[in-house]
Ligand binder design. Structure first.
Ligand SMILES: [Zn+2]
Length: 313
């Protein structure tokens, strides 16, 4: 009898342990990874020309940035591009081919964050080859060949630009985006061109995405001084400056408080991006990271309530 009792007790203990393990595993995978397990079939194929959910494509452009945003509206899909950077092995044609592959001929907005090649290398060709309704860029002092090419591409098509203005909100269908930085482009030191970076929060329903270009700590501090921390709260943070330690200060990260971080960087890049300190900082607060050097192009989508990851079939 005593033997049977103790074996029953052992079975109960094992069962209890199993339940604890299952619960631990389930909670590990549901928070915050639940945001990444959305039904990819819900919005169809990645190559579909019109979309029903908002999509954010962190295009793999090596050690550079280029982010395509596709917004469903009553008048069809509107497209927006933040940066068109090039890097070694990732020529301008990569971005053009990507947009062409999605059947895109028109951009509602082109936002150029700042005048560095890894953010503007393909911008002149994109301006030349696509119909662009609005171009937003920071008023900046730059005289590099690549920047002059961007300005002359605009001139060629008789396009003017909207100077970025912190605090300004633009609406596209049911989505909107707000410019948070630079707070004062005229005050940025031209030798610190990363701090010209146009920082944008995109809102769609209850979800939001933050795009930071290469904005560094100085710009982060100015933005936090100008706007309440809640303005930076987002589901997904595009980590500033390819994951360099020069960005993502503790105060900025805590204001953003994202569920997921995305880093755009090139495999084996000479800058060592993303820096270990930045990755450690994200890990310490339990924020999962997706990197273009590991994953290639990363596509996230939002149904206004949740952000999911869309993977190609
Ligand atoms: Zn950069």
């Amino acid at each position: 009898m005593a033997k049977r009792k103790s074996s029953r007790k052992a079975v109960r203990t094992i069962l209890a342990l199993l339940i604890v393990i299952v619960l631990a595993v389930v909670s590990y995978f549901t928070e915050p990874w639940q945001y990444l397990t959305g039904d990819k079939n819900k919005i169809g194929s990645i190559t579909e020309a019109s979309v029903t959910d908002l999509q954010v494509h962190y295009i793999d452009v090596g050690q550079a940035d280029s982010i395509l945003i596709r917004i469903p509206t009553e008048n069809g899909t509107k497209n927006m591009l933040i940066d068109a950077g090039t890097s070694e092995g990732y020529p301008a044609s990569n971005i053009e081919n990507y947009l062409n592959g999605l059947g895109i001929t028109e951009l509602e907005y082109l936002i150029i964050t700042h005048p560095h090649l890894d953010h503007i290398g393909a911008a002149d060709e994109v301006i030349a080859d696509f119909d662009i309704q609005n171009i937003i860029l920071p008023e900046c002092e730059a005289s590099t060949q690549s920047w002059l090419r961007v300005l002359s591409a605009m001139e060629e098509k008789e396009l003017t630009y909207i100077p970025s203005e912190a605090g300004k909100t633009y609406t596209i269908g049911e989505a909107s985006f707000t410019i948070l930085g630079p707070v004062d482009a005229a005050a940025v030191d031209p030798d610190d061109a990363n701090n010209y970076s146009v920082v944008v929060r995109l809102d769609f329903g209850e979800t939001s995405f933050l795009f930071t270009g290469d904005a560094e700590t100085a710009s982060e501090e100015e933005m936090l001084a100008r706007f309440p921390a809640s303005d930076f709260k987002c589901n997904v943070l595009k980590v500033g400056h390819h994951g360099s330690t020069t960005s993502t200060s503790d105060a900025f990260l805590s204001a953003c408080d994202p569920d997921l971080a995305v880093i755009s960087c090139g495999k084996g890049n000479s800058y060592g991006h993303p820096h270990k300190e930045t990755l450690d900082k994200l890990e310490a607060v339990g924020i999962p990271v997706l990197r273009t050097d590991e994953e290639g192009t990363i596509v996230l989508c939002s149904d206004k309530k949740e952000v999911s990851r869309l993977t190609a079939d």
